[in-house]
Design a protein around this ligand. Structure first.
Ligand code: CMC
Length: 392
């Protein structure tokens, strides 16, 4: 079909130009606006990172304070939003609640539907960043049948999320600084990753000039799948399954290599990284640190370490350049922090939000930006005559 070439899964096709994130998969390099991920994770905090991704530069002290204040003034959800949660079944997956409620924000903020209104773009950005942790914490409270805990503006971004999630009105809540700082770092590591599935989804939906809430809600849905953000939940379920089967790592690896029932080693492999995932390196160290700081030993960590060791020596994985990715160790940390497995991908979404927003802004501001409209190679019947139903 003329000039149209097939590139399944967009392995070689760039659909956009972007100045946000640099990724070199051969060398395992990841940079946000030019800053190496190792430095951002070590020296920065999540809100600074969000500011950097969205605005292109690190904030000054005053800019950061202004950004934080503005976000803290928008953390509450309209009381009517609580009724959405009343309607969801108790065992609803929190990712389903997250994407639904984010989409529903567009019903409350109808002034923000025009993507070319700069002021509305700004306020939508602040609202999304401010409200996603509240939406996520409400989803968790719904699942365990507890009353929601309202946001507190005297707390930092992550601290506020933790208190909305883990505090209960009947008890005094003591925030664990180890948990807060580890979670902040994990959010930074997830903050952007150029044109991955969910980010491309946000851009594609946004390219039709749909509003930011609708675009981000679609991104959350794309993130949910087990080959993308849902991998962190899938990794933990895999480790638990291996534990139930007596901890036999060898036989699991064999299953993966034989592709039995399409079993994959979850948390391994990446479309772009072919040497190592720099985020996985940082997270592996963090997993050890957090677990020992929280005084938790986890048999699943031992299984994970064994799996990694076996896989890295096995020709199946070596020849296919399959290495641990960002999701391999995150679940173990989230679990040690007290999050249920179903919340893991929600934490990924909270981390990825600034990236989605930054990419949406870049897309909408790009001069001459066009609607995303991939082509196809048609493989169906070329032409045939229509037969009325009674003659078929
Ligand atoms: N376990 C076993 N085999 C694998 C795995 C795995 N995790 N990943 C890829 N392969 C094999 C695959 O079967 C294929 O083998 P063959 O050549 O014999 O057919 C070969 O490696 C190439 O795989 P592919 O599916 O063409 O690779 P892809 O670039 O399309 O997929 C991936 C990338 C991340 C979806 C895939 O590696 C995968 O499914 N990994 C497990 C899920 C996972 O951890 N996802 C999180 C990704 S990182 C976080 C994020 O950004 O979302």
């Amino acid at each position: 079909t003329g000039l149209v070439t097939l590139d399944a899964g967009y392995g070689n096709t760039a659909g956009v130009k972007s100045a946000i994130t640099y990724l070199d998969g051969e060398q395992g390099i990841l940079r946000y606006r030019g800053y190496p991920i190792e430095q951002v994770a070590e020296r920065g905090n999540f809100l600074e990172t969000a500011y950097l991704l969205i605005n292109g530069e690190l904030p000054t002290v005053d800019e950061l304070a202004g950004f934080q204040t503005e976000i803290s003034q928008h953390t509450m959800l309209h009381e009517d939003v609580k009724r959405f949660y009343d309607g969801f079944p108790r065992d609803a997956h929190p990712m389903a609640m997250l994407s639904s409620v984010v989409s529903a924000l567009s019903t409350f903020y109808q002034d923000s539907h025009n993507p070319f209104d700069e002021e509305q773009r700004h306020i939508s950005t602040i609202r999304l960043l401010a409200k996603l942790p509240t939406i996520a914490a409400y989803a968790y409270k719904k699942a365990i049948g507890h009353p929601v805990v309202y946001p507190r503006n005297d707390l930092g971004y992550v601290e506020n999320f933790l208190q909305m999630t883990f505090s209960v009105p009947a008890e005094k809540y003591e925030l664990d600084p180890v948990v807060a700082s580890a979670l902040d770092k994990l959010l930074i590591l997830h903050a952007d990753h150029e044109q991955n599935c969910s980010t491309s989804t946000v851009r594609l939906v946004g390219s039709s000039q749909a509003n930011m809430f609708a675009s981000i809600s679609a991104g959350i849905s794309a993130l949910w799948g087990p080959l993308h953000g849902g991998a962190n939940q899938a990794v933990l379920e895999m480790l638990e399954q291996i534990q139930r089967d007596g901890g036999d790592v060898d036989s699991f690896i064999r299953k993966v290599k034989n592709k039995e029932d399409g079993v994959r080693l979850m948390g391994f492999g990446h479309r772009v990284y072919k040497s190592f995932d720099p985020r996985a390196k940082i997270i592996k160290d963090a997993a050890h640190q957090v677990l020992s700081a929280l005084g938790k030993s986890d048999e699943l960590l031992d299984i994970a370490l064994k799996l990694e060791e076996h896989a890295l020596q096995d020709d199946y994985f070596v020849s296919r350049n399959l290495y641990p990715n960002v999701d391999f160790y995150t679940g173990l940390i989230y679990r040690a922090m007290g999050f249920p497995t179903s919340m893991f991908t929600v934490l990924f979404a909270m981390g990825r939000l600034p990236g989605w927003i930054a990419q949406w802004h870049e897309m909408i501001k790009e001069p001459g930006s066009r609607i995303g409209r991939p082509r196809q190679i048609y493989t169906g019947v070329v032409e045939r005559d229509y037969v009325p139903v009674e003659q078929r």
